[in-house]
Design a protein around this ligand. Structure first.
Ligand SMILES: [Zn+2]
Length: 415
């Protein structure tokens, strides 16, 4: 079995030029209409490949089936999933991908902004890529390897499976989602159309990495009510909610319990928004931990800290509201150990060492796992995501295609 590297590269370079940035403030679905431009291209290409079960829905989801080549009847259908949108953090308009063939280890200065320098002294993973082909953007935009690397890998996997009918596999289901970067990737997904028992997102980094654990995530909103009075006659009356909010933020510890002071398996709380007037101010937080039960402790600590401050201002009061965002996929995956085990076997067959990682964030897979589709995350090679220095190695993407082809076969062999 050979993988058409040139076709994979061409695909990726073409997909990243389609602007698919999602919008965290968007109220429509998808949050930006332009995401559908890539969905439309994928829909057409899947049909051109000869797949008969292909659908593009009104929300921009693309569903497809690669029919089984094995006559075994009890192979569970598995799904490969990636997202078409790119992050709102960095422009995705007019992306100009640059292929740096046989990377030599020297600094890469991006031509449209020479302050953007990709250096192996900072990006250690580049040292593993000497002699490989690297793709970067040109300096003014992100690249969009997150997650068009995943999209290109899945598309090339389909082509490879169709070209090699001797590789025996069960039904392979494909889904491309919009709005993952704004946390809505599964909001309008139709699990009937997905039609799989187990899934894999292609949205990870370093070659060989397999992520089967994510944060458990909540939101929290503290609403502070002050006491309003005419400022000219406010002595001993006015209580300013914005100033209380400032005190609460200042009381958060600066050496622990925050994203900027934690790593590994540590959780945190993190203020993400502040809105208000003197009368009423709200502070939005995200609360994160790998252990779901710990979220309650974080909430209790934050609420207690805020209540003590509010109580010191006579007449002020507050409310504390929580909202579940997503849950650690590990709790589900432990009940289906074969899902990650098969992926590990496929990664090894592709000649790589498995790197088990915990994602300090969520993926579509976190939500999919709780929607009945146990769904760990497989590497794509993407690096420096959501930034102008984003890059990906062609050879890493190629290894991911190889991994998915093996993974399709491993499920057949074990059924
Ligand atoms: Zn992603």
């Amino acid at each position: 079995m050979t993988i058409n590297t040139a076709a994979l590269t061409e695909r990726f370079m073409r997909y990243v030029q389609v602007d698919t940035q999602s919008d965290p403030n968007g109220v429509s679905f998808p949050t930006t209409e332009k995401q559908k431009n890539l969905s439309q291209i994928l829909f057409e290409e899947l049909k051109e490949m000869g797949l008969t079960t292909v659908e593009l829905d009104q929300y921009g989801y693309v569903y497809a089936t690669v029919p089984a080549t094995s006559s075994k009847k009890d192979i569970p259908a598995i799904c490969y999933c990636s997202h078409v949108d790119t992050a709102p953090d960095c422009s995705g308009t007019n992306v100009k991908p640059i292929l740096h063939k046989k990377y030599d280890g020297k600094d890469i200065i991006l031509p449209d902004d020479n302050t953007q320098v990709l250096s192996a002294s900072i990006n250690k993973y580049l040292l593993k890529q000497i002699g490989n082909d690297i793709i970067t953007a040109s300096g003014e935009t992100l690249l969009g390897a997150d997650d068009k690397a995943g999209v290109a890998i899945i598309m090339q996997t389909i082509q490879t499976l169709l070209d090699n009918p001797g590789v025996l596999h069960g039904d392979i289901k494909i889904v491309f989602t919009p709005d993952e970067e704004v946390g809505k990737g599964t909001a309008k997904i139709d699990m009937q159309k997905v039609g799989a028992r187990y899934g894999y997102t292609l949205d990870g980094g370093e070659a060989g990495s397999l992520e089967d654990e994510t944060f458990s995530a909540d939101g929290a909103i503290i609403t502070i009510h002050g006491v309003i009075a005419h400022p000219g006659y406010a002595k001993n009356k006015l209580v300013n909610a914005m100033k209380i909010a400032g005190e609460i933020l200042a009381a958060l510890p600066n050496n622990e319990w925050s994203p900027e002071t934690t790593d590994g398996m540590q959780g945190f709380v993190h203020p993400v928004s502040l809105n208000g007037i003197a009368e009423k101010t709200t502070i939005g937080f995200i609360v994160r931990d790998f252990k779901t039960a710990e979220l309650e402790k974080h909430h209790a600590r934050l609420k207690d800290l805020a209540e003590k401050i509010v109580a010191s201002h006579a007449g002020a009061r507050m409310e504390y509201a929580t909202q579940e965002q997503y849950r650690n996929m590990k709790d589900i995956l432990l009940q289906h150990p074969q899902v990650a085990d098969h992926a590990a076997k496929a990664i090894e067959r592709a000649g790589l060492t498995v790197i088990k990682e915990s994602i300090r964030g969520g993926t579509d897979g976190s939500r999919l796992s709780y929607m009945g589709l146990p769904c760990p995350n497989i590497f794509t090679g993407m690096q420096n995501i959501h930034s102008k220095l984003e890059w990906v190695s062609v050879q890493d993407m190629e290894k991911a295609v190889e991994t998915l082809v093996h993974l399709s076969a491993v499920w057949e062999e074990n059924s």
